[in-house]
Design a protein around this ligand. Structure first.
Ligand code: SF4
Length: 63
């Protein structure tokens, strides 16, 4: 299992993470980010890519 935390004070809701890990991140009908706080190992690389690409460095991944 991995644990995911997004600092919503930093997040600007641009959605780059959604492209990298669409099973974890989505923009809701108000264009605000929603995400799963935990995921299984199969999502690890996608979530790490999302964390790397986030322009606000808002995504943290805990092993
Ligand atoms: S890429 Fe970062 S700033 Fe953009 S929506 Fe995702 S968490 Fe928020």
């Amino acid at each position: 299992m991995i644990t995911i935390k997004v600092d919503m004070d930093k997040c600007q809701h641009y959605g780059q993470c959604v492209y990298e890990a669409p099973n974890i991140f989505k923009l809701n009908e108000n264009d605000k980010l929603e995400y799963l706080a935990s995921a299984d190992e199969t999502e690890r690389e996608n979530v790490k890519s999302a964390s790397d690409i986030c322009p606000m460095q808002a995504i943290q991944v805990f092993e």
